[in-house]
Design a protein around this ligand. Structure first.
Ligand code: FES
Ligand code: FES
Length: 162
């Protein structure tokens, strides 16, 4: 069957099997390698993408379910500048080691900061509970998300002054 959806701002149409998951469609059929394959059973968050703006595990979303919807991946949001404050914060704080989990964390954090621009530590912890990092111990990731919240606020106030 064919599904058609908006992927990173572009309409795409692709043949899928009814039981095929979005992760496989993105990586194998559409060449989006920034979406990581981890546990493949909704535990690690490495495969996170935004579906209509909300983070989902692409390893558990059946491809036919995305028909007519919008999917965004980390490379797109990084290339159009949306993730710049988050990326800067992750680098500055040292919240990246092997980096395998990072695309998922960036998208989860981005979604959190869009709906809650000034989260508390507890709210950050709650938001990232579905993402696993085997390297950093989480403390630096939490610090980075809190720093990014400040950087986004600065960006918003610069825009207002222009
Ligand atoms: S690969 Fe999807 S949650 Fe781990
Ligand atoms: S930085 Fe290695 S798994 Fe998170």
């Amino acid at each position: 069957m064919k599904v058609s959806f908006t992927l990173n701002g572009r309409r795409v149409e692709v043949d899928v099997e009814p039981n095929e998951v979005l992760l496989d469609v993105l990586r194998l059929k559409l060449g989006v390698k920034s979406v990581r394959r981890g546990c493949e059973r909704a535990e690690c968050g490495a495969c996170t993408v935004l579906l209509d703006g909300k983070p989902v595990y692409s390893c558990t979303v059946l491809a036919p379910m995305v028909d007519g919807r919008t999917v965004e991946t980390v490379d797109y949001l990084a290339s159009n500048g949306e993730l710049k404050p988050l990326v800067e914060a992750f680098v500055k704080v040292g919240a990246i080691q092997c980096g395998f989990c990072t695309p998922g964390f960036l998208l989860t954090a981005y979604s959190l900061l869009r709906r809650n621009p000034q989260p508390t530590v507890e709210e950050v912890k709650k938001a990232i509970e579905g993402n696993i990092c085997r390297c950093t111990g989480y403390q630096k990731i939490i610090e980075a998300i809190l720093l990014a919240s400040k950087l986004y606020a600065e960006k918003r106030s610069e825009r207002k002054e222009e």
